[in-house]
Write a protein that binds this ligand. Sequence first.
Ligand code: MF3
Ligand code: CO
Length: 259
Amino acid sequence: MIILKSNKEIEIMRKANKIVANTFVYLRDYIKPGVSTYKLDQLAEEIIRRNNAVPNFKGYNGYPSTLCVSINEEIVHGIPSKKRFLEEGDIVSLDLGCKYRGYNGDAAVTIPVGNVTGKVRKFIEDTKQCLIEGINNAIFGNRLGDISHAIQVYAEQRGYSVIREYVGHGIGRDLHEAPEIPNFGKDGMGPRLRKGMTIAIEPMLSMGDFKVKVLDDMWTAVTADRSLACHFEHSIAITEGKPYILSFPDNPENWYNYF
Ligand code: MF3
Ligand code: CO
């Protein structure tokens, strides 16, 4: 069942997601060679707690951390570690959520570490644009499949593949609510989008094949062919007009490259 939210609930969700986005802005200064993924996790948890929110990934199906840090061929759910350090030329996906006054926030960004090749930079920009294409279709009266289809077309036209195993989702009192939002599918299909729906759209793309393998830690998902992967996520609310992006940071100056 898709749970519609009141304007009041949506404003609480805006706050939860703003905390997440502000945390990315803060973490961005730490994305450099030599920083451990554990350090990023610690900082994220500190900021979330300082904002009277709590981590919502921690303990979710037994996930051990606040933040997911997925590097290069890792797609999602990379577990932070004291022994894993960012390296020059990596791309790193940060996926973060928090719960504030009973409501969840959830967003993800991919950031280059130091210098990456033009091709890789374009891959990041294209994945970000995939998310925007999805959001632009998240309008009142459209159907869910219109979001999925827009993402898939944009990705595949540029030679990337769309990960099938992991999908976007409704979000609210629960981190994962109905409906599931695949990043591939047919336009004109699925439930109609209605005012008050709150959803997390999260395209995950690979530069190679879409096949996935989960590592022995039982969490980290990597591309089976070890090609680079990229992930962006926004939580949004469907309105009668334009989609309301909940996971923007406070300060528009920082809408930069994950916006
Ligand atoms: N953004 C991811 C998702 O929506 C994060 C979940 S990680 C988990 O699935 F640790 F909470 F499982
Ligand atoms: Co999510």
